[in-house]
Ligand binder design. Structure first.
Ligand code: FAD
Length: 387
């Protein structure tokens, strides 16, 4: 292991960390990314991978809009087909109460400048997506939303980062962040120490633990989501689907498989190291996904299930991430707590981490994402749409 001091070490090989490694390396910085498992082995692999601006909190909308502009040309930039499709997002109403929620959401989001329309009845919805059922009463439609292949995106960022000179270490854990005299000096890893001028924590559900070990405490709670993926089906659906109360979401992947998720549910850390089985979906959640999906998309009932898995979501008290350069520890950058919507933001998170590491003025407004806003807060945010 090298003892040469690098410009930056990034902890975490999900979309946030790999995008940051790419941005830093191509800006000329020396950078090593450390990932404890394989790339995309946690949220960035478990994800539904919707690339969505609609339904975003006003503070997050500028980031999501900037991310979508970036996704539009990202396959070309990273020289890999990311299976990005910009074919819209439909958020469905299944009851009269949900119709009101959706109508209000459309009004609020249009006022923020987002291109979003209200499809007021079943006919309008089925004109946009003919495979949907009569149970759908109305929908919000955002034509510039879409989806992508999450594994392809993470690996493409990592490969492009390596091409630009970054070093990527997988199957290597960061066991501690070195801080002396109020500034970071590097990290300890299972493969030895790495000295660095800056350290970026993009470690998903482990980010608060890494922060706590250097005295920075902030509230992160972990929720669980179940995912069902079918065998390939004929083309059924272009848009990503969500629902007003966030208890179902789904999309058809480029190869024809449906990838569908349920609402978030409770989850607690096991004793000792996390094992793959600790994240697997509870049996009853699988029935819920199929039932809710078939109600709006009847073809699901006949589909063959190919895979099921579970995923963890790192929720902050207000459902917004932390993206900051720590005011307490010089050289420490934190980008975590994406609360179920960090896949879309990934390309922009990477750029922001790069700017923060280099001490540059961030290119997007980051005041709402400071960790100090949590002073005195403990409760998690109400579950909302992941995707
Ligand atoms: C089921 C599900 C559906 C979702 N749907 C969407 C969606 O449709 N759209 C959307 O935008 N977002 C969605 N999300 C959220 C999105 O996937 C995440 O916000 C995003 O992937 C977070 O990326 P990340 O790189 O910050 O974290 P992660 O992908 O979790 O990566 C963090 C990495 O850090 C590594 N790590 C942790 N600790 C250490 C350590 N000590 N040393 C070394 N490595 C370490 C982990 O192994 C992990 O690989 C969904 C999430 C889930 C679970």
């Amino acid at each position: 292991m090298t003892t040469m001091t690098q410009d930056a070490v990034i902890i975490g090989g999900g979309i946030s960390g790999t995008a940051a490694a790419y941005e830093l390396a191509r800006s000329g910085a020396s950078v090593t990314l450390v990932e404890k498992g394989s790339l995309a082995s946690m949220a960035s692999g478990w994800t539904l991978a919707g690339v969505r601006q609609s339904g975003r909190h006003p503070a997050e909308l500028p980031l999501a809009q900037a991310a979508v502009r970036r996704w539009e040309t990202l396959s070309e930039e990273l020289e890999t087909d990311l299976e990005y499709r910009q074919e819209g997002n439909l958020r469905l109403a299944r009851t009269p109460q949900e119709v009101e929620i959706i109508a209000r959401m459309v009004e609020e989001q249009r006022a923020l400048g987002l291109e979003l329309s209200f499809l007021p009845d079943n006919q309008a919805v089925r004109q946009a997506a003919p495979a949907l059922s009569e149970a759908v009463l109305a929908a919000a439609y955002c034509p510039t939303d879409g989806h992508a292949n999450p594994n392809a995106a993470v690996y493409a960022f990592a490969t492009a980062a390596e091409r630009a000179g970054a070093r990527i270490l997988t199957q290597t854990s960061v066991t501690g962040i070195e801080v002396t005299g109020g500034r970071v000096r590097g990290v300890q890893t299972t493969a030895g120490p790495l000295a660095a001028e800056a350290v970026a924590i993009a470690a998903g559900v482990y980010s608060d633990q890494l922060c706590a070990a250097v005295g920075l405490n902030w509230p992160l709670s972990i929720t669980h989501v179940s995912v069902v993926q079918t065998a390939p089906l004929p083309a059924l659906l272009k848009q990503v689907l969500g629902v007003a109360n966030a208890d179902f979401a789904g999309r058809q992947e480029v190869g024809g498989r449906l990838r569908m998720t349920t609402a978030t549910g409770p989850w607690t850390w096991p004793e000792g190291e996390l094992q793959a089985d600790d994240v697997q979906p509870p049996a009853q959640s699988l029935g819920q996904i199929i039932e809710r999906a078939s109600l709006v998309l009847p073809a699901v009932a006949q589909a063959r299930v190919a895979r099921v898995w579970g995923g963890l979501i790192a929720m902050t008290p207000d459902g917004l991430p932390v993206i900051e350069r720590s005011p307490e520890i010089e050289g420490l950058v934190i980008a975590a707590g994406f609360s179920g919507h960090g896949f879309c933001l990934g390309p922009v998170t990477g750029r922001l981490i790069c700017e923060l590491v280099k001490g540059e003025e961030p290119s997007l407004p980051l005041a709402p994402f400071r960790r100090t806003r949590f002073a005195g807060m403990t409760a998690p945010a109400a579950p909302e749409l992941h995707g």
